[in-house]
Design a protein around this ligand. Structure first.
Ligand code: ADP
Ligand code: MG
Length: 158
């Protein structure tokens, strides 16, 4: 079983987890959010933004593809669900290797542009209406370390 997972019972719990995760993030970190429509990817990003001390309201960037917010670190929020051509590079690397934290919804649509190391977070609906399984899938040493610290220090029971 994946040791880095938890269940949330409502949107507030999901956002609280994301908010706490934000403390562990550094410039250049990339998080991909995996999950069906309505799973909670944008809600998770909103919690993360709170944790990054972003005052602005974060909403779905579907029509802009990329939105940028200023906080303790900049947040680059991408939603590439409606990307017309998945081989078109919209300058993604500038964000991935920039000074901020990048969060990507529907990252599978830009697979060829993603960095080698990243933290994939999978959100799945469970039977009960507001229950979600949140699974952290670190790729690369720095993200494995990040998950280890986060789950230990924040006392998250799995
Ligand atoms: P996505 O970006 O994945 O399409 P959203 O974050 O926009 O999803 O929407 C998630 C919806 O599910 C919101 O309406 C939210 O209130 C609801 N919801 C219910 N339970 C949860 C939960 N445990 N975590 C996150 N969202 C939840
Ligand atoms: Mg969304």
């Amino acid at each position: 079983m994946n040791p880095y997972q938890m269940i949330t019972n409502n949107i507030n719990e999901t956002q609280e987890i994301a908010k706490r995760l934000a403390k562990y993030l550094k410039p250049g970190n990339v998080i991909t959010l995996e999950g069906d429509l309505g799973a909670g990817k944008t809600s998770f990003t909103q919690g993360l933004a709170k944790g990054l001390e972003i005052q602005q309201t974060v909403n779905s960037p579907t029509f802009n593809i990329i939105k940028e917010y200023q906080g303790r670190l900049p947040l680059y929020h991408m939603d590439v669900y409606r990307l017309e051509d998945e081989h078109e590079d919209l300058g993604f690397e500038e964000y991935f290797f920039g000074e901020g934290v990048t969060v990507v919804e529907w990252a599978e649509n830009i697979r060829e542009f993603l960095p080698k190391e990243l933290l994939n977070i999978k959100i799945s609906r469970l039977e009960a209406e507001n229950r979600r399984l949140i699974q952290f899938e670190p790729i690369g040493d720095q993200y494995r370390e990040l998950c280890k610290e986060f789950f230990q220090h924040e006392n998250i029971s799995t």
